[in-house]
Design a protein around this ligand. Structure first.
Ligand code: SF4
Ligand code: SF4
Length: 63
């Protein structure tokens, strides 16, 4: 089972909350934008989606 996080980088405010909460270390900050550095490690927990206040993370889908 694999998951894909849909993300609109233009809405990212660089808060880093998704990086902090991801239990798998999938996301890293690159400058002031979040980047899905290890997408294969995603378990689809949706924690990143829940903490992203500006709505840059729009959905987590099974692929
Ligand atoms: S939680 Fe949202 S706004 Fe904050 S760094 Fe992650 S993607 Fe960007
Ligand atoms: S859905 Fe969960 S495992 Fe996947 S990137 Fe978001 S916080 Fe990390």
């Amino acid at each position: 089972m694999a998951f894909e996080v849909h993300y609109d980088e233009s809405k990212c405010n660089g808060c880093g909350e998704c990086v902090e909460i991801c239990p798998q270390g999938v996301i890293e900050m690159e400058g002031d934008k979040a980047k899905w550095a290890n997408p294969d490690e995603c378990i689809g927990c949706e924690s990143c989606l829940e903490v992203c206040e500006p709505g840059a993370i729009t959905e987590v889908v099974e692929v």
